[in-house]
Design a protein around this ligand. Structure first.
Ligand SMILES: O=P(O)(O)OC[C@H]1O[C@H](OP(=O)(O)OP(=O)(O)O)[C@H](O)[C@@H]1O
Ligand SMILES: O=c1cc[nH]c(=O)[nH]1
Length: 187
């Protein structure tokens, strides 16, 4: 783990441990399968960085709990952000579109933290450029509140009441060497 994320992590207190993260993902996997009657026509679409990691894990978890396969997508929101004009130098991130596209499918957007909702709005705009899903749902590991747009998650690992000056930091083994959710004061 490096840079801002490591700095944030060093200031945070753990509010979810490795077992809590695993249990949350398993529960969300069950809920997705139950709500959609299986995983036919289902695309699990992660938002980089850590939403993409969670989406990969959810595809595996769905296979484990249901024996069925959902497709994986990765949706880069960089060019669709409403702060693009003030921060034009952000590097693009990973993108992955299923071979058969997303038209007529149910897309479950996956992110690690839901805060203002602006990232999800950007992801919805990005999806519109890729195709026309039958429905879009939203799964997040942590909902910390403070929405600035009318966006509501369908699947939540943990509702975590926060104040605006706090920061939620998600650690995942693949990027950070361990799983956990930390709550701390802003930088
Ligand atoms: O609801 P919002 O106010 O949009 O905030 C939530 C977003 O903020 C973080 O992403 P960040 O931009 O830090 O990128 P990262 O995931 O690559 O670290 C987080 O991973 C969410 O995607
Ligand atoms: O606290 C926050 C807010 C937005 N995104 C995060 O990852 N953490």
């Amino acid at each position: 783990m490096a840079g801002v994320h490591a700095d944030r992590a060093s200031r945070g207190k753990e509010v979810l441990g490795v077992g809590d993260v695993a249990r949350s993902l398993t529960r969300i996997a069950y809920e997705i399968v139950e709500r959609n009657g299986g995983s036919d026509n289902l695309v699990i679409a992660g938002i980089p960085t850590r939403g993409a990691t969670l989406a990969r894990r959810l595809v595996n978890r769905i296979r484990e709990v249901s024996g069925t396969y959902a497709e994986l997508a990765i949706i880069d929101t960089t060019m669709y952000r409403d702060d693009l004009a003030s921060q034009p130098l952000r590097a693009p991130k990973e993108t992955l579109v299923p071979r058969t596209g997303i038209n007529g499918k149910t897309v479950v957007l996956v992110d690690d933290v839901l805060y203002t909702g602006r990232t999800i709005k950007a992801a919805l705009d990005a999806l519109t450029r890729i195709g026309r899903p039958a429905a879009v749902q939203l799964a997040v590991l942590v909902d910390r509140g403070h929405r600035e747009l009318p966006i509501r998650p369908d699947y939540v690992g943990k509702n975590l009441p926060t104040s605006r000056d706090e920061i939620v930091t998600i650690l995942l083994d693949e990027t950070d060497g361990r799983d956990g959710v930390l709550l701390g004061k802003g930088l």
